[in-house]
Design a protein around this ligand. Structure first.
Ligand code: ADP
Length: 442
């Protein structure tokens, strides 16, 4: 117990004892105790009223208290404790205000637009660049839903879906300016939107993409002519010439695969998904892939297809077909003759999975995390022998990213591999009864 409280207790017990003594001596119990209670009530009420008045402005010095001791008793202790606490809170508030102001000043002078939103995407705050580059008005637009002001349908949809991945949009001020938007969750009730001018970056990317696409297209035609001549020479009876033409044929085939993959990558990068997204009938796509696979494989492997045909996908059909076909081609490439390959489309815990598994040569563990890098090949020799370009899996990754999906690779060197493309629930569509029949295996 603190000294003040201890003193208060002792004093009051002493006063009470005094009152009881007087009451006993004078034999007027009621009067003595009544007088004691009245004095006690007046004493406490007076201090309560003083406290109430002082609480209106606790910055002023604490009020005087009356007690039986020189220090002012219990009430003096209460006032001073409150005053000290108040001072501490004030200091903390001043510090917080200073930090907040520094943060605001820094964000205010940030050259790129910054907007904070509440949980319903209403504008809470914006910096000067947001006013200048996005056309927002500090006074009029604060508290308004941002989607009502930046009325770009793709932006509004992105915002409503929680802005999971950064997106590019045209500036509302000038269509020639490309902005990249990222959304950060600050707390349950606050989100931060950062806009970045990426016009120059996107222009440079477009020039690079066009250059690669043009060169690839230009190389493709003479290469096709060359392959044609080499094929006609392949029937020659001269064994020495046969060795040379076979070697040349292998190299030109690798070059054509590389060029085809480069053209495919630049196609994927230059086209946006806008307007191309539809409900993709996976059952029909697998049937088509099966036909292509049969002609490519020429009965060298045992390939089975299984499809849960009650689920379709919301996506870009050509791009998905390109990714799936890449995985099947790889399984054929990296599985020795007579091996088994299984292609399937089925439900899984997170949504649905397109899986290609084989019992081929497998992949060393240390290479698995790097497989989707451009031009990454496990062992250059085995890739060259198979005619691979090292771009196939980066095409797959690009397509999956654009469909909010991800790739899982499970592989054991010498035993086989499984490539799993996992699509989230929001990308799935229940197939209409006309499309669906029972699960089918082949
Ligand atoms: P590539 O065109 O060389 O096949 P990819 O990007 O498609 O390039 O694949 C990268 C590497 O991953 C390949 O070099 C190959 O070694 C390995 N790989 C891909 N699929 C398989 C598979 N099914 N089995 C074993 N290795 C594979």
């Amino acid at each position: 117990m603190s000294a003040i409280r201890y003193r208060y207790l002792i004093l009051h017990l002493a006063v009470l004892a005094g009152v009881l003594l007087i009451a006993g001596l004078s034999q007027s119990w009621g009067l003595s105790l009544g007088a004691y209670l009245v004095v006690l009530t007046i004493w406490h009420s007076r201090h309560l009223l003083t406290l109430h008045k002082w609480l209106e402005d606790t910055r002023s010095e604490p009020p005087a208290a009356w007690g039986l001791t020189r220090e002012g008793g219990l009430w003096r202790g209460i006032f001073e404790q409150l005053f000290r606490q108040q001072k501490r809170n004030q200091k903390l508030q001043d510090k917080l205000r200073r930090v907040l102001n520094e943060y605001r000043n820094a964000t205010e002078s940030f050259p790129e637009p910054v907007v904070t939103l509440d949980e319903e995407n209403n504008i809470v705050w914006m910096n000067a660049a947001a006013c200048h580059n996005l056309g927002l008005r500090k006074l009029d637009d604060s508290g308004q839903p941002l989607g009502n002001i930046l009325r770009r349908p793709d932006f509004v949809e992105w915002l409503e879906q929680g802005g999971v991945r950064p997106m590019d949009m045209e500036s509302p001020r000038d269509d020639n300016i490309k902005l990249n938007v990222r959304l950060f969750t600050l707390s349950d009730r606050r989100k931060l939107l950062l806009f970045r001018d990426v016009t120059e970056l996107r222009n440079v990317e477009a020039v690079r993409r066009d250059f690669v696409a043009n060169v690839s297209h230009e190389l493709r035609t003479p290469l096709t002519v060359l392959i044609g001549y080499l094929e006609s020479l392949a029937d020659d009876d001269d064994p020495q010439l046969r060795v040379i033409t076979d070697r040349m044929h292998e190299q030109t085939r690798s070059m054509r695969n590389l060029i085809d993959d480069l053209i495919e990558i630049s196609r994927l990068q230059s086209q946006t998904a806008e307007g191309r997204v539809s409900e993709v009938n996976i059952k029909a796509m697998l049937a088509q892939l099966r036909e292509q696979t049969d002609s490519l494989n020429d009965k060298q492997h045992k390939i089975s297809f299984s499809c849960e045909d009650s689920i379709n996908l919301k996506g870009v059909e050509n791009d998905l077909e390109s990714a799936f076909s890449n995985l099947i081609t790889n399984a054929i490439r990296y599985t020795p003759k007579g091996g088994f390959i299984q292609v399937s489309w089925s439900r899984c815990e997170d949504g649905a999975v397109f899986s290609v598994s084989d019992n081929g040569i497998g992949i060393p563990h240390e290479d698995i995390p790097r497989l989707t890098e451009r031009f990454y090949r496990v062992a250059k020799d085995r890739a060259r022998a198979s005619g691979g370009s090292g771009l196939g899996l980066s095409i797959v990754k690009h397509v999956l990213n654009a469909h909010d999906a991800h790739l899982e690779i499970i592989s054991e060197l010498g035993s086989g591999s499984e490539f799993r493309c996992i699509f989230p629930e929001h990308r799935l569509v229940t197939a209409t009864s006309a499309d669906s029949s029972q699960r089918r295996s082949a």
